[in-house]
Design a protein around this ligand. Structure first.
Ligand code: GLC
Ligand code: CA
Length: 537
């Protein structure tokens, strides 16, 4: 496989609103990110996935864009953005912009114009339809409500929105619209960004009147066109958010010879927990099956992302680890399990500290439109409030959106004033200042994993083989490349366990979650959630 700069680097996702507030208004901002670049350099990452910073009325925290060419007021200015790109570059970090082009805000000038008149040249940039029997044109629900159609009184037609009513879906069948999007992408490419993370990109080929939203017939054609007219001529990273990709579809997106995207960001392992609002336990053997399937299917055929969480998901250690007595141990174990695989790892801000979910007192404390809509729907349907809050505690997106915990100072050192959303009270123990100089911290463990990837071809390019597929106590696998074999062993239980494996005799410990490791001739004794990476003799 041809080598690419993003194969061996680790990405870090910044959710700007919650990263660092540089000017004391309680909201994270671009200057705040620039001020924290040295921290990210210390961690060793080479890519920042920046959640949206474009102009937005913030119905969905920036995923509703009203001007792609301008910066959100609270976040700063275009000059701040240029400074961030330049300062990051000095530290060997490239900025990957979130590209939200399935929809725009209803406050985007295209939509404002389109709505004003059926004859607007922008009318067809969106999806409109006449009422049917006095109601919506189809019975398609949106992701967050009962109908994806919103009635527009002025024109007597409905417009289509897969997310909130303030996020109107663009009509990708319109070539002028596509050209305008490509111009905008080239504007950002010219600013020197490192690439694009493509929000719900699998939806752009939709056929709403046929009930097709994801993986529509024109999807890959549009992506090839986009590649050709924008980033294809540059050496950029492009990653598509694909909830509905199986391994075959993932190859369509990411096989280099198809000239679409660099990689997919797919969720099959996350989906093992079942329905978002009613999660259920999963078995370690199922996790192994899913990861192994992806490792094998994309090896030399495409490229995958590796992640446990992002701004839409609960915190990794709370969802997949043990965020109580074994918080640090299980956070390190999860990191090891993931970062030894093939793909580009994504660390979500605070994950490298083992930050946890939050339980806030009432729905008024929550900010996320998805949780609030779900709450109102279920209250209306007569659900018990405590059950609804439990859903939010388990899976609500605000779990990941509480402010980054920088220090033990007030508000976790995120801001000098009360932030836009509550800070997790555990900031006094869990914070960056307490971890950056501690060799045994979660942060230092991540740092070692990130560094190993930069130096080990076996981790980046090796093939993958599960060890003991049906065992639920260990997640263990080998990676082999050019005669070298690396073994990753993770104890997924809160108990001491012995991993019996002949091959470990004489092996070298590359990374241990407890620094040392108890390796004998034919086995390793692992403490609760302990994880090791060994180079076999
Ligand atoms: C993606 C984003 C999410 C957003 C949605 C609509 O799933 O990750 O945060 O709400 O798209 O843009
Ligand atoms: Ca601010």
């Amino acid at each position: 496989m041809e080598r690419k700069w993003w194969h061996s680097l680790t990405a870090y996702q910044v959710y700007p609103r919650s990263f660092y507030d540089s000017n004391g208004d309680g909201i994270g901002d671009i200057k705040g990110i620039t001020q924290k670049l040295d921290y990210l350099k210390e961690l060793g990452i080479g890519i920042i996935w920046l959640s949206p910073v474009y102009k937005s009325p913030n119905d969905d925290n920036g995923y509703d864009i009203s001007d792609y060419y301008d910066i959100m007021d609270e976040f700063g200015t275009m000059a701040d953005m240029e400074e961030l790109i330049a300062e990051a570059a000095k530290r060997g970090i490239r900025i990957v912009m979130d590209l939200v082009v399935n929809h725009t805000s209803d406050e985007h000038k295209w939509f404002v114009d389109a709505r004003a008149s059926k004859n607007s040249r922008y009318r067809d940039y969106y999806i409109w339809a006449d009422p049917v029997n006095g109601g919506p044109p189809t019975d398609m629900p949106s992701s967050w409500s009962d109908s994806a159609w919103e009635y527009d009184k002025e024109s007597g037609q409905y417009y289509f929105h897969m997310f909130s009513v303030k996020q109107a879906d663009l009509n990708w069948e319109n070539p002028d619209m596509r050209s305008d999007i490509y111009d905008m992408m080239n504007f950002w490419i010219d600013k020197g960004i490192g690439g694009f993370r493509m929000d719900v990109i699998e939806m752009i080929g939709k056929k709403p009147f046929e009930g097709i939203i994801n993986n529509g017939p024109m999807l890959h054609e549009y992506l090839r066109e986009m590649n050709e007219r924008t980033f294809g001529a540059h050496d950029l990273l492009t990653v598509g958010e694909c909830w509905n990709a199986d391994t075959e579809i993932a190859k369509l997106y990411s096989a280099p010879e198809r000239h679409e995207l660099s990689m997919v960001f797919q969720f099959e392992h996350i989906c093992l927990k079942g329905d978002k609002w009613y999660p259920k336990p999963y078995r370690v053997r199922d996790l192994k099956r899913v990861f192994s399937k992806w490792q094998k299917a994309l090896h030399n055929k495409g490229w995958n992302s590796l992640f446990w969480c992002n701004h839409d998901l609960p915190r990794a250690v709370s969802a997949f680890g043990n965020d109580k007595e074994y918080r640090e141990e299980s956070a390190k174990m999860l990191a090891t399990l993931l970062h030894g695989m093939q793909g580009t790892p994504y660390i979500y801000q605070g994950e490298e500290l083992g930050m946890t979910n939050i339980r806030l007192g009432s729905i008024e404390d929550y900010r996320d439109i998805e949780s609030i809509n779900m709450y109102n729907d279920r209250i209306a349907k007569g659900d018990k409030e405590e059950d609804i809050m439990e859903s939010i505690y388990q899976s609500g997106r605000d779990n990941a959106r509480t402010p980054m915990q920088w220090s033990a100072e007030q508000y976790g050192g995120f801001s000098k004033v009360q932030p836009w959303i509550a800070v997790n009270e555990n900031y006094r123990e869990i914070n960056a200042a307490a971890q950056t100089n501690d060799e045994t911290s979660v942060f230092s463990h991540y740092k070692r994993l990130v560094a190993l990837r930069r130096s080990s071809d076996t981790i980046v390019y090796g093939d993958f083989r599960l060890v003991n597929e049906s065992d639920d106590d260990f997640f263990a696998y080998e990676r082999s490349y050019n005669g070298e074999t690396i073994l990753v062993v993770c104890n997924t239980t809160p108990e001491n366990r012995e991993f019996v494996y002949r091959g470990v005799a004489g092996s070298e410990l590359l990374i241990g979650s407890r620094q040392d490791a108890d390796i004998s001739d034919g086995s390793i004794k692992l403490r609760p959630y302990e994880a090791v990476i060994l180079k076999l003799a």
